[in-house]
Design a binder for this molecule. Structure first.
Ligand SMILES: *Cc1c(COP(=O)(O)O)cnc(C)c1O
Length: 497
């Protein structure tokens, strides 16, 4: 299996190269040349395996340059009881008739990003060895809150790497900020940007493709790679849990092999839902992929009209990990949907960079509405949803997951479709304790962050994850706040260049 660049179909690299480079030199994203197939027999077989082996099975189809031993080394280390608070790694909870919550937040940082970022460091260091790279790998991360912490935990003290994370100063929850500022490890750095997530992400992308910076790093024996979902090594682990969940539902007789399911994903950078699309294209029977957004609803409009227009107001919401106006992974989807037409991708993403807007072809519009359904909700509806599912089903969810539940309810009302449905539950409610507690109690409370955590524990009965309980006593190590224009110099300075 080789990987093309979305901006140049002639680029052909191995998975080890795609993972170490993170992004193609032409600015495109790496995509597998073909999507490998999965038969029903294989899905059944996967259902009999533990999570690490399910993952190995799927990776063997994509990372064909890795040996079995290398793949198992990665999966056994990442998906073990030492990193996850549950043996199943991803838990499936029944919410109401035919509706399941896929809890992806039982890892060390309590968000679904752990599912990929626990394994990415193993992929990356294994890949570097395979291609005889003797450079130090510098991971640059732009985060809307959860990726940063998950990447820091994944890469801390990993030999041959260092990691620098940028987050929007006012764009993350207090718990997320504390998680990052108190990060331990000798190879880590954290810095706040005066701006929003898109500013952080644009800065990081510009630094990645800056040739002067690249040669300066090269001279020092270093190179950049990415832990954002633009890296294929981030995306491929996310495909696994959709396949795993389907296999698990079959195994538990919740569905019959071949039955279609809907998948609902609270979406920001379009990584998680794209992974579900890949699972579908591999052969998992999926009816609709439901894309749920908060009031930053650029994707809702895009899926419904085929016009992507980022020229709109940016809102800071109670679901900050979805406060994004440029969803990077759409580029991969459109590359597939245009039949690998790199000319069209260059045209559209050139327009996005220049004018903040592009419109896809009629053919792609038709595919978008065939495969996806999109909706959004605001903060008040998000909080009301947390309240109502707590009342109705005694289930406590975080703000991002609540957006997905609300949009799913709207989908059912609009379509009458009662196909069994899996909702991706992307974070622990404790990570967004302000908004969650306010929703549960129906009003703001003045107690501090940690008292809120205790109160949520009383109400929900969900044990407080040990990583969050420990935060209280950890010293803050990182307090830098810079202007977005200083980002490049900050990187160089931090690396001693
Ligand atoms: C990152 C994140 C999302 C959005 O996922 P994408 O892959 O960027 O679309 C949703 N919810 C939570 C809690 C997240 O951390």
């Amino acid at each position: 299996m080789f990987y093309n660049s979305t901006r140049n179909s002639n680029v052909k690299v191995s998975s080890a190269e795609a993972i170490t480079r993170g992004i193609s030199a032409d600015g495109g994203l790496f995509v597998p040349e073909e999507i490998p197939a999965l038969t029903y027999d294989e899905i059944k077989e996967i259902g009999g395996m533990k999570y690490a082996d399910r993952a190995s099975y799927v990776f063997a189809k994509y990372l064909t340059d890795f040996t079995d031993a290398e793949i198992h080394y990665c999966t056994d280390n990442a998906y073990s009881a030492k990193n996850f608070e549950t043996e199943n790694i991803a838990e499936i909870e029944h919410l109401f008739d035919g509706t399941y919550m896929l809890e992806l937040w039982h890892g060390p940082t309590c968000a679904f990003k752990d599912m990929a970022l626990q394994i990415l460091p193993y992929f990356l260091t294994t890949s570097a060895k395979k291609i005889n790279l003797d450079k130090k790998i510098v991971i640059l991360v732009a985060t809307s809150g959860d990726t940063g912490k998950a990447a820091l935990e994944g890469f801390k003290d990993v030999e041959g790497t260092s990691i620098l994370v940028f987050y929007p100063e006012d764009g993350v929850s207090p718990m997320q900020k504390r998680q990052m500022k108190t990060q331990e490890g000798s190879n880590v750095g954290v810095c706040a940007i005066k701006g929003n997530f898109d500013d952080c992400q644009n800065g990081v992308k510009a630094i990645f493709t800056d040739n002067d910076v690249k040669s300066a790093l090269d001279a020092k024996g270093m190179m950049f790679s990415s832990a954002n979902s633009i890296n294929w090594g981030r995306l491929v682990p996310q495909i696994v849990y959709y396949i795993s969940t389907y296999a698990e539902l079959v195994k538990n007789n919740e569905i019959t092999l071949g039955d279609k399911i809907n998948i609902v994903v609270p979406t920001g950078n379009f990584g998680n839902i794209l992974a579900a699309y890949y699972a579908k294209k591999m052969g998992v029977p999926v009816n609709k992929l439901i894309c749920a957004s908060n009031i930053n609803n650029v994707l809702t409009d895009f899926i419904n009209t085929g016009v992507y227009d980022r020229n709109r107001k940016f809102y800071a919401t109670v679901s900050p990990s979805m406060d994004i106006l440029i969803s990077s992974n759409l580029e991969r989807l459109l590359y597939i949907m245009t039949g690998k037409n790199d000319n069209l991708i260059n045209e559209w993403f050139g327009k996005l960079a220049a004018e903040g807007k592009y419109e896809v072809s009629d053919d792609v519009k038709a595919q978008l509405t065939e495969e996806f359904w999109a909706g959004y909700c605001d903060d008040e509806q998000t909080k009301a949803t947390i309240h109502s599912i707590y009342e109705k089903y005694s289930y406590t969810c975080d703000t991002h997951t609540a957006v997905a539940v609300k949009v799913y309810n709207d989908y059912r009302t609009a379509t009458g479709d009662n196909t069994k449905t899996v909702i991706a539950s992307t974070a622990s409610p404790y990570k967004f304790s302000n908004a969650v507690l306010e929703s549960l109690e129906g009003g703001k409370s003045e107690i501090d962050e940690y008292a809120k955590v205790d109160r949520i524990a009383e109400l929900s009965g969900i044990p407080v994850p040990s990583a969050l309980a420990d935060l209280k006593n950890k010293p803050e190590r990182f307090s830098d706040v810079i202007d977005k224009s200083e980002q490049k110099n900050y990187v160089l300075k931090t690396l001693g260049i």
